[in-house]
Design a binder for this molecule. Structure first.
Ligand code: GLA
Length: 399
């Protein structure tokens, strides 16, 4: 079984600092971090203005940063052992998912919002598993934004930081994501999931009790927001929204499924493809599950919350058609193990990780048993993490 922190946080900061000192030739730099996330309820609801319920995890991207006197962004990734250089005077949208496009896109996007971004040396090191649906991209974006804003001595409310990072991913990298991942990475609160209203960009705390743990299991089936399947689902959801808008006499261009009830969707059923209807049904019911989930956590009803997670998985698998055999298997295995209250595929879908809600006292045993059973069934070694819920992005100060 993989441990969350193979190296301690402090060790990671020290290695990063050593490398940064060598590469930049200065001791005068700062370190910032931004976390990855897991989503508990409300999947593919964020680009419909709906609700979702992610939690920031104790996986993060660290960035060491110092200002330069020119307009260059000189970047290095410890994980990819790869350097990249961009000139701020000449930043053009890349349309490709290379690691360096994300931070470059953030510099571009902050510039578009009027921030006076200056040249910088940036060294990155992350432990968010890549291609696992745990938002490694958002964590590198938000870490970069946090660093560049600090170097520019500029203040920006966290939800706006999230919006700037989403713009970087949509328009510079070219991946059609919503706002959830950047928002939770910027605004996460330790020991809490956040119920996020993705249209108002407001949040409500949903405390996860200490006697429960989130156990994340990587199916090792690769996930990517840019591979076309995510975009295809997004188009189907938009088709459903347009049909409902027509039926209700609303503006098709701006109407969002956030405002539709199931009755509205049924009333417009004949005016959309069957697929669009099913996708719409998932979006409306999963957004509603977020409200039910907050109420369950507030009243300490973990069993109800677990049942909502199980319903969410069924809806994602059957209506949204965005699960895969191995993730379905992981969910079934998890639900059969002692101490598990609920389990589901998390994130954009078609692979990546499941998240299970497990009694703390049983979490380590659960994690080992899940890894063992999955390996037995598939011959694939999954990475299983008994997670902690972390705070959102910020500066790193070691004692
Ligand atoms: C990806 C996207 C998010 C969100 C989820 C699905 O993580 O980046 O914006 O749409 O998928 O809920």
């Amino acid at each position: 079984m993989t441990k969350v922190e193979e190296k301690s946080f402090e060790q990671r900061v020290w290695s990063l600092s050593d490398e940064h000192r060598k590469r930049s030739g200065t001791k005068d730099f700062r370190v910032f971090q931004a976390p990855g996330r897991v989503n508990l309820l409300g999947e593919h609801t964020d680009y419909s203005g709906g609700f979702c319920m992610p939690a920031a995890l104790n996986f993060n991207t660290l960035v060491a940063a110092n200002p330069r006197s020119d307009t260059l962004l000189r970047m290095y990734s410890l994980d990819f052992k790869h350097a990249a250089e961009f000139d701020l005077k000449n930043l053009q949208p890349q349309g490709k998912e290379e690691w360096s496009s994300y931070p470059a896109g953030v510099a571009w996007s902050l510039g578009q919002r009027g921030v006076k971004v200056g040249g910088a040396d940036l060294t990155f090191s992350g432990n968010v598993p890549l291609g696992a649906g745990l938002s490694s991209s958002a964590s590198i974006e938000v870490a970069t934004a946090t660093a560049l804003l600090a170097l520019a001595d500029a203040e920006m409310p966290q939800p706006r930081v999230a919006l700037a990072c989403q713009k970087a991913e949509n328009d510079f990298v070219g991946a059609p994501c919503g706002i959830m991942d950047q928002f939770i990475s910027a605004c996460g609160v330790k020991d809490n999931a956040l119920a996020i209203d993705t249209r108002a960009l407001t949040l409500e705390l949903a405390p996860i009790p200490a006697d429960l743990r989130l156990v994340v299991c990587n199916s090792m089936v690769q996930h990517s927001v840019g591979d076309g399947k995510y975009g295809a689902r997004r188009k189907e959801v938009e088709e459903a929204a347009k049909a409902v808008a027509r039926k209700l006499g609303k503006d098709e261009a701006t109407y969002q499924l956030r405002d539709a009830t199931l009755q509205d969707l049924f009333a417009a059923k004949d005016d959309m493809s069957h697929e669009a209807f099913l996708r719409g049904r998932h979006v409306i019911t999963d957004s509603e599950r977020v409200h039910l989930g907050v109420a369950a956590l507030r009243t300490g009803d973990a069993r109800v919350f677990g049942a909502l997670m199980a319903d969410a998985h069924a809806s994602f698998r059957d209506d949204f058609a965005a699960s895969c055999d191995r993730c379905d298997l992981l969910v079934r295995l998890a639900m059969s193990l002692e101490g598990c209250l609920g389990s589901r595929l998390t994130g954009g879908g078609f692979g990546g990780c499941t998240v299970s809600l497990v009694e703390t006292a049983k979490a380590e045993t659960f994690a080992k048993a899940l890894a063992h059973r999955y390996r037995e069934a598939t011959n694939v070694d999954p990475a299983v993490f008994v997670c902690k819920i972390a705070d959102g992005a910020g500066p790193v100060e070691l004692e």
